[in-house]
Ligand binder design. Structure first.
Ligand SMILES: C[S@@+](CC[C@H](N)C(=O)[O-])C[C@H]1O[C@@H](n2cnc3c(N)ncnc32)[C@H](O)[C@@H]1O
Length: 206
């Protein structure tokens, strides 16, 4: 790993675009979140702003999720995530059963792109590391989440500015590389998708 990569992985660098500033959720933090939303074999986890991909890989390794997907705008970070994934796949059969190695290999996907344009239609659990995301991105992403058919949970570092098909269940303190941080847990309303259809008629939903 280059010195640059190392400082990006472990410290917070403040580039001109604050949304690209880097910090990570720790391994303990990922476990806290996965327990809070009861990730299981029917879950598909999406990290929207997956950086170097640690959380995506950890979720694939430590839970039984059907898919663990990272979407990352920064090409270099996404390239690093993909190369770690290749290394993991190559060594997996040395440390786990062939079945588990195949499951992990098939489960992980890293996509270079903008979370607003990425196909997230299969997501059931979204991690949205939004602490430094600007107003426009927060607003557009919140609208997008409301329209995603399969999402049960959105876990966001900042409160969503708008939501119609979720309810705020609360927050959990989660360990990040820079400090403990509240993560807001939004759960899909139990009567979704009925509420989504009604939301088309603005008179029903404020
Ligand atoms: C704070 S880091 C989080 C990394 C990782 N998810 C974690 O929690 O350990 C946020 C990441 O979001 C990425 N990002 C910012 N805007 C984005 C966008 N519109 N689409 C995809 N990724 C974005 C940044 O490049 C950065 O790598």
């Amino acid at each position: 790993m280059s010195e640059d990569e190392d400082s990006l992985m472990h410290g917070v660098v403040a580039p001109r675009r604050p949304e690209l500033t880097y910090g990570e959720i720790t391994a303990v933090g990922v476990r806290t979140l996965m327990e809070a939303v009861d990730a299981n074999y029917s879950s598909t986890f999406f990290d929207l702003g997956s950086g170097f991909g640690r959380a995506v890989l950890q979720v694939a390794l430590e839970t039984l999720v059907a898919a663990s997907v990272g979407i990352e705008l920064d090409e270099h970070r996404n390239d690093v995530a993909q190369s770690v994934q290749r290394r993991l796949n190559n060594m997996a059969t040395n440390v786990m059963s062939p079945e588990d190695a195949a499951r992990v290999a098939n489960c992980v996907r890293f996509v270079h792109g903008d979370l607003l344009h990425a196909d997230c239609s299969l997501a059931t659990i979204i991690y949205f590391p939004s602490l430094l995301f600007g107003e426009q991105l927060m607003d557009a992403a919140s609208r997008k989440f409301d329209g995603l058919p399969n999402v049960r949970w959105v876990m966001s570092l900042k409160m969503l500015p708008r939501y119609r098909t979720f309810t705020l269940r609360g927050s959990v303190q989660v360990e990040m590389t820079w400090s403990q941080c509240p993560v807001y847990l939004y759960e899909r309303l139990p009567y979704f998708p009925l509420c989504r259809n009604m939301a088309r008629f603005d008179c029903f939903v404020s």
